[in-house]
Design a protein around this ligand. Structure first.
Ligand SMILES: [Zn+2]
Length: 313
C-alpha cells in the first residue's frame, strides 16, 4: 500500500543529506552525514544504504550525484568522488537496497524539483541554472525534463563563451563554469596577487581561504577589484543565459545555488545584462531565484517524477 512518502539522498562531495518527504514536498525527517568519498564506490554505497536503514515506510527512493549519469544509471565521471568513473550506480544501489532506485545528476533533479515544488509549476518550458562551486543545469521542454540521447543533456555549465578562456574541469577552454562559478571566481581573484595586495578588503584574507562570497562582500563595500570580478561574472553569466534563451525560447529562467544568495540585487542586474546581451532577440524572459527548499527536495522530486510517470499534479 502506498505511504505517500519518498526517500531521497543528495550525495555531495562533502556531505550526504537524506530526506523523507511526502509527494507534496513536506519534509518529515532529515539526516546529514559527511560523505565517505575516499574509500571507493562500495564503501559509499554501503554508507548510503546504512543511512537509509534509519527510515521506513516510503514508496520510492531517489539518489542524486554531482556527476553526469546516463539514462541506464551509469556515472560517466565524478570529479568530487573517488573511483566513480563508468560505475553503474543504479545497479549497485538497487542491489544494496533490494528494490528499484532512481538515480540522476543533481542539477537535473533540481530542475525537476523546480517543476514539482516551485514556481516551475506554471511553466512548460524553462531553463534551470545552478551557480555554486560549479555550474549545472536542467531543461524542461513541453512539461518534461529533456535528457537527450543518453541522459546527459543539460550540462549548461559547459557552454563555451570564451574560446581562449581558462581551462575547464571538462577539458575545454572558456566554459561558463570556468569563468563564473564560485570556484572560478576565487581562482580569478587569487591569480591577481598584485590587485589583492592593493585591495583594502581582500588584502586581510589569507589567499587559500578566499572565496567568491568574499568577492561579493567586497563589492558591497565598494572595493574596486571585487566589483570588477563580480561584474565580469554577471556579464559572463548573462552571455550564457542569452544563448540559452535563443536556443530554447524558455518562458522563464530559474536560478539556484549558493552564489545566488549573496546579493539580492543580483537577479535584477543579471536580467538587465541579459536584455542588453540579447540584441534583437530581446524578449523579457523572467529570471527567478528558486527557494532553498527546492534544492533540498531534488531527490524527492526525482522519485516522485519518475514513479508517477512524469505527470506532476
Ligand atoms: Zn567545461
Amino acid at each position: 500500500m502506498s505511504s505517500g512518502y519518498y526517500l531521497g539522498f543528495d550525495v555531495g562531495g562533502t556531505k550526504i543529506t537524506a530526506v523523507l518527504a511526502s509527494r507534496e514536498g513536506k519534509i518529515k525527517k532529515r539526516i546529514e552525514a559527511k560523505t565517505r568519498k575516499l574509500k571507493g564506490v562500495t564503501d559509499l554505497i554501503n554508507q548510503i544504504h546504512t543511512l537509509g536503514e534509519q527510515f521506513d515506510n516510503f514508496d520510492d527512493i531517489g539518489v542524486i550525484f554531482p556527476a553526469p549519469i546516463s539514462s541506464k544509471g551509469i556515472s560517466l565521471f565524478a570529479p568530487n568522488l573517488m573511483g566513480w568513473n563508468e560505475v553503474n550506480v543504479k545497479e549497485r544501489l538497487e542491489r544494496a537496497f533490494q528494490r528499484d532506485v532512481f538515480v540522476d545528476n543533481d542539477a537535473t533533479a533540481q530542475a525537476i524539483s523546480v517543476k514539482l515544488f516551485d514556481k516551475g509549476r506554471k511553466y512548460g518550458n524553462f531553463i534551470y541554472l545552478v551557480v555554486g562551486t560549479g555550474i549545472g543545469g536542467g531543461i524542461f521542454i513541453d512539461n518534461k525534463i529533456y535528457r537527450g540521447g543518453n541522459g546527459y543533456a543539460g550540462e549548461l555549465g559547459h557552454t563555451v563563451i570564451l574560446t581562449n578562456g581558462p581551462v575547464c574541469g571538462c577539458g575545454r577552454r572558456g566554459c561558463i563554469e570556468s569563468l563564473a562559478s564560485g570556484r572560478a571566481m576565487a581562482r580569478r581573484a587569487t591569480e591577481n596577487s598584485k590587485e589583492i595586495r592593493n585591495s583594502p578588503f581582500l588584502s586581510s584574507i589569507p589567499l587559500e581561504r578566499l572565496s567568491a562570497e568574499d568577492l561579493f562582500s567586497g563589492r558591497e563595500m565598494g572595493d574596486p577589484f571585487c566589483t570588477l570580478l563580480v561584474d565580469e561574472s554577471i556579464y559572463y553569466l548573462s552571455v550564457a543565459i542569452a544563448n540559452y534563451i535563443n536556443e530554447f525560447d524558455p518562458e522563464a529562467i530559474f536560478l539556484g545555488g549558493g552564489l545566488m544568495k549573496n546579493d539580492p540585487s543580483l537577479i535584477s542586474e543579471l536580467k538587465e545584462s541579459v536584455e542588453n546581451e540579447s540584441g534583437k532577440y530581446s524578449r523579457n524572459v523572467p529570471i527567478i531565484k528558486v527557494a532553498d527548499r527546492t534544492v533540498e527536495l531534488a531527490p524527492i522530486a526525482l522519485s516522485v517524477y519518475e514513479s508517477t510517470n512524469h505527470t506532476p499534479d
